[in-house]
Ligand binder design. Sequence first.
Ligand SMILES: [Zn+2]
Length: 559
Amino acid sequence: MDMKIDSDDFVFLPLGGSGEIGMNANLYHYKGRWLMVDLGISFPDESMPGIDVVLPDLRFIEARKDKLEAIILTHAHEDHFGAVPYLWKRLGVPVYGTAFTLALLHRKLAESRLGYKIPLHELDFNITYDFGPLSVELVQLTHSVPDPAALVLRSDKGTVLHTGDWKFDETPMLGEDTDRERLRQIGDEGVMALIGDSTNAMVDGYTPSEAVALQGLTDVIAEAKGLVAVTCFASNVARLGSIMTAATANNRSICVVGRALNRTIGAARDTGYLADIPDFVSESEASLIPRNHMVVICTGSQGETRAAMAKIAAGTHESVELQPGDTVIYSSRQIPGNEPAITKVQDMLVRRGIHLITDEDRSVHVSGHPARDELVEMYGLVRPQIAIPVHGTARHLTAHADLANNCQVKQTLIPDNGAAIRLKSGTADIIGYAPVGLLTPEGGEVVDLQSDHLRSRRRMLWNGTVTATVVLSAAGDLLTAPQVSQTGLCPDHQSADFIADAGLAVEDVICQQAAPEDNDEVIEEMVRRTVRQMAKGKFKLRPTVHVHVMRTDITGVSA
Ligand SMILES: [Zn+2]
C-alpha cells in the first residue's frame, strides 16, 4: 500500500513490538514532525542460529531523521531501550527518559565504549514538555523497574495515552503505585486513543503484588538448609530488592554474581533505590561465609548458556559451588521459546541433589504487567474512544481488543508492525505501511538478518558445504581428478563414498563436453549443479557448493 501521510495527520506507527513481545519501537507523527517512543531489542528464536540480539529496522524513520524530534523511553527494560546503543547513531536525536532509565542507559553506554556521546535528558512526572507540535507528559506507573512512565501525547487533534509496561500494585516494594488519580484526570480531559500493554491480556484477575513474591522468597529462604542461589532477570529491580530483603530478614549475606546485575544495582543506587540494603559480599569473600548464611543472586533465569546459573549448575563457575541439599530459586517466568534451555539447566541442578524452587512450586515470582481486571480498571479511568493494543503476539492483541470492546471502547484496532494508523476523534484507520524488518549486530556493524551473508550462514548450517576443485589445461582438458571435500553434509562413514562419487560425476560432466569450455564461470556452474544434484539425491540436502576452477599450462597426467 502506498503511504501518504498528510502534515495534519496524527499518526501512530509501530516499527516493532506489535504482533510480538519484544523490540518495542513506536513512532508518532503530527504536523510533519516525528517522535519515537522506545527503541528496544528482542531475542532470536530457533530460526536465527548464531544470533544473540535482534533489532528493529528503522529505515523508514532514518529517511526522515531530520523530521525526528527525539526518542522518549518509557522505562529501562531491554525490550524498550536496549537498541539505543546499537541504533542511536542512525538517528542522532536527543534521548529522553526518567532518572533510572537514563542512569542505566548511561552505564550501558559507558560499557559499550561507543566513542561518541548520546545527549540524554531527564524528564519528571506530571510536567508538560513540548516536542514540536506534540506535548508530552509522563505519568507514574508501577512495573518491575524504577521510574516507569506512561506517556500522554497531546495535540490539537486529541490526546493519546501510550501506557508502556505497567501494573497496579498497592505494595510495589519499589517506587509508587500507578498514579490512578492522574490517569482519571487525564480521562476527564478526554482521551482519543489508548495504546497499551497486552502482555497479560489472556490472564484473568489482578496480577499479584510484589509483596507476594517477597513473602514467598522470605519463606523459602527461611526453610532452606544450605546455600541459596536465586536467579532472576537482571533488569527486575523490584525483584532484586525483594530477594535482598528476604535474605536480610533471614540473616543471610548477599553475593551478587554477574555484570548485568551489578550494572542494574549500580543504576538503582545512583537514583536512590535499594538504599537500605546492607553491603554485599564479594565473590571471593563468599566462600568464607557459612553456606547457610549466604544468598547468591545470579543471572541466567532463561537458561542462557553463558550466564552464571548455567555455569553454577554445571559445576564450572569460578566462585560459586553448589552442594547437595542447597536451594536454587527461579524468581522469574519462562519466556516462550526458552523452555528447553531452562529445563536443561534445571535438570542438571536436580540431578546434583539441589532443591529446585520455581514459581510453579511457591510464590517466588509475580508479573510486572496488568492482568484482565487491571486492564478493565485502566479503561474505566482513561475512557478512551479508541484502543490500540500493542506489546503482544496476535493472540494477546486480540484478547486485549476484545476486552476493550467489552469496556465500551468505541473502536479497537489491532496493528501490525509498519502500519501507519491515523488517529482522529472517534476513528482510527490504516493509511499505509512502512517497511519493517529485523537487524542484528555483527562484527561491529548492524546488518539485516536477511543479508546475503547471514542467509548463506543459515543455509550452510542446515545443509552443510561441499568444495570442489578442478584443474584444467589452458585448452580446457581436465589435468587431474577433481578434488571434492564436504563439511556437515553427511556422517563420516558416508563421506568417502560421497566424495568419490561426486568426483567421478564432476569428471564425467567436464569430459562429456562436445568441445572444451573456455569460460570458467560456465564450468563452475556445471560442477555446482552436478554436486548439488548428487547431494540432493543422496541426502535430500542443498549444500552450499564452492567450486574452484584452476588453469595451468603445465601438462599434467590426465586422470
Ligand atoms: Zn518492561
